[in-house]
Design a protein. Structure first.
Length: 65
């Protein structure tokens, strides 16, 4: 499992534009015809987060719970 840290410095906000299908996919709705919908939504959120906050991805830290 990969670990990530973020310096948020207070309560910041990010804005992400999602299609209705992407928003539904994040709530758990399955799209059997297009499994990429959920992944696309997560990528949009991660990209917006990385642009807004000082985000550092730590590849070397793998652990099991």
């Amino acid at each position: 499992m990969n670990s990530s840290t973020a310096e948020t410095r207070g309560k910041g906000k990010i804005a992400v534009e999602l299609t209705p299908d992407e928003a539904l996919a994040l709530t758990g709705v399955e799209f059997n015809g297009n499994p990429e919908v959920k992944a696309a939504a997560r990528r949009k959120i991660r990209n917006a987060f990385e642009k807004t906050f000082d985000f550092q991805h730590q590849d070397a830290v793998d652990y099991q719970q």
